[in-house]
Design a protein around this ligand. Structure first.
Ligand SMILES: NC(=O)c1ccc[n+]([C@@H]2O[C@H](COP(=O)([O-])OP(=O)(O)OC[C@H]3O[C@@H](n4cnc5c(N)ncnc54)[C@H](O)[C@@H]3O)[C@@H](O)[C@H]2O)c1
Length: 506
């Protein structure tokens, strides 16, 4: 029996009138569908309908919606007083508390009322669709429709088929998501689906960078925004979502992938959660929201220095580009040859720290500074010292970089700087999602762009940076740390070796 959700009179029941359920119900009603909303808590439905009405009033005030259209939405969106009211629903969307037992109880109770061909879609973020369905009399009627918060504003919906879902379930839910104006992507029933899985690179690696004293949260955020073009830094994002929520997702994905090191949660974040430094909602997180923003001390105070007469740059990845940049700013730069006559030697390593590059190239560590040329970043430079870099050499490098008109952040030694590490991890986790067949390569990129608001999806990002260069960063990080969390996926390694796009299917 093929599932049919495209009949014109499709009637939708949304169970759970919290943050997600009310938004999902609004989206359905705005798409012209008769929709009912149910919640187990007294007063919850009325609160939700009031909130939806206020939200729509805001749209009317901005001229995005007519008063008649608002009235139509509110007329199509009605309260549901008992589960029996869902009897004629063709689709039930569940958005109740994230608890397997409670969801299974609800599904069993619902099944008593539903028609044989009615579909139940769960909005779960962290449970398995298959596992929820296993508690049902007819598991083939259960699928996943994962919306993002807030549902009216977020375009993406992940569609998930459970292992026992009807074979026509995924296509039917994809068509439904399009019908209500969303962009669906199809994901397999795996921990975190695509978006919450792909998000396990940015925050955790940023937390490790700060834990290792390489840069401050503000410096990491500034670099990711200005150098790498992200709309939000990882710490701004942690504060917005809440450290408790993010930490719980980190723990869940790590546990559900059976302690995969790539997804290791942050011990530092767990202490912050325990201490109530949750972010915006508690007024204090990585930033203080109780007072006007104030400048914080840099990790490395660089003494002001006049521009050096000339600099020496290692003849490696990005060296010539950096020389062109400095020459255009009036600073003569020598690429390769003898470094001896210069105030500062600049190295541009991929997946290597300043210490390692200085020693490998037989440079004087005291006169050596590393500059991150991974992304040919236009908005901000990174100057990285090693433990022996002399203050005047660091100052000279910073002055030379600043002469290009681009601000500079000075950081402590790190295999992969800040930006290299974060971008390489994002690409590697994206490659792992592709390797595990969680979703098609193009869908992985779409999901990350729309669901996480990154400037590019992870595979497109890897293609832009060059798969072989991303691999060099990861291999360098793994060689330096012997930490398996940095091991590159076979998906990435193969495509880097073949010189093809990371979106290339097998
Ligand atoms: N908040 C998010 O960012 C987000 C994003 C995507 C998916 N989700 C998922 O959506 C679901 C709901 O999340 P939320 O943030 O809206 O939660 P919420 O706490 O805001 O709302 C849950 C609602 O469900 C009601 N409820 C609890 N048990 C019920 C039952 N047995 N029957 C009927 N109603 C019941 C509660 O009274 C509450 O109003 C969860 O599965 C969550 O994982 C949340």
């Amino acid at each position: 029996m093929a599932i049919n959700l495209d009949r014109p009179d499709l009637f939708v029941a949304v169970i759970g009138a919290g943050a997600m359920g009310r938004g999902i119900a609004q989206v359905c009603a705005q798409a012209g569908l008769q929709t009912v909303l149910y919640d187990a808590r007294d007063g919850a439905i009325a609160e939700a309908l009031t909130a939806v009405g206020k939200g729509l009033d805001g749209q009317v005030a901005k001229g995005r919606l007519s008063a008649e259209d608002k009235a139509g939405v509110m007329q199509r969106l009605r309260p549901m007083t008992s589960l029996a009211d869902a009897a004629s629903a063709g689709l039930v969307i569940e958005a109740i508390v994230e608890d397997l037992g409670v969801k299974r109880d609800l599904f069993r109770a619902l099944e008593k009322h539903l028609a044989a061909d009615a579909v139940i879609a769960t909005n779960t973020s962290s449970l398995s669709v298959t596992e929820i369905a296993a508690g049902c009399e007819r598991p083939q009627r259960v699928g996943g429709l994962h919306f993002f918060n807030p549902p009216p504003a977020m375009k993406l919906v992940e569609v998930i088929g459970g292992l026992r879902s009807d074979p026509t379930m995924v296509d039917a839910l994809v068509a439904f998501a399009r019908r209500i104006g969303k962009q669906p992507i199809v994901a397999t029933d795996t921990p975190g689906f695509v978006v919450n899985h792909a998000g396990r690179a940015y925050g955790p690696e940023a937390l490790r960078i700060v834990a290792q004293g390489i840069a401050s949260p503000r410096e990491v955020d500034t670099l990711m925004k200005e150098a790498a073009g992200f709309r939000m830094g990882p710490f701004e994002l942690l504060d917005l979502i809440g450290a408790d929520i993010t930490h719980a997702v980190m723990e869940s994905i790590f546990a559900r992938y059976y302690d995969e090191p790539m997804y290791q949660p942050s011990a530092q974040l767990s202490v912050r959660v325990a201490g109530g430094l949750l972010g915006r909602k508690t007024g204090q997180g990585f930033y203080d929201y109780t007072e006007a923003p104030k400048a914080s001390a840099p990790t490395i105070a660089v003494a002001p220095q006049t521009k050096p007469a000339s600099v020496w740059i290692a003849d490696e990845d990005g060296g010539n580009d950096l020389a062109l940049l400095l020459n255009a700013a009036g600073i003569p730069a020598t690429v390769g040859g003898s470094p001896d006559a210069h105030a500062v030697n600049i190295v541009t390593p991929l997946g290597e720290d300043c210490t390692g590059a200085a020693l490998r190239l037989k440079l004087d560590p005291a006169r050596t500074v590393a500059v991150d040329m991974f992304g040919r970043f236009k908005g901000r430079h990174t100057a990285m010292k090693n433990p022996l870099t002399a203050p005047d050499a660091l100052g000279a490098a910073v002055a030379a970089l600043a002469a290009t008109g681009t601000p500079v952040t000075a950081i402590n030694d790190s295999t992969g700087f800040v930006v290299q590490r974060l971008l390489a991890m994002i690409v590697n986790v994206g490659s792992r999602i592709a390797e595990l067949r969680v979703a098609a390569p193009a869908d992985i990129d779409t999901a990350v762009e729309l669901g996480l608001n990154y400037p590019r999806g992870p595979l497109a990002l890897g293609d832009m940076l060059g798969p072989a260069r991303v691999l060099a960063v990861l291999d360098g990080m793994q060689a330096a740390t012997h930490d398996p969390k940095y091991r590159a996926t076979a998906w990435l390694r193969r495509r880097a070796a073949l010189g093809v796009s990371l979106r290339t299917p097998d």
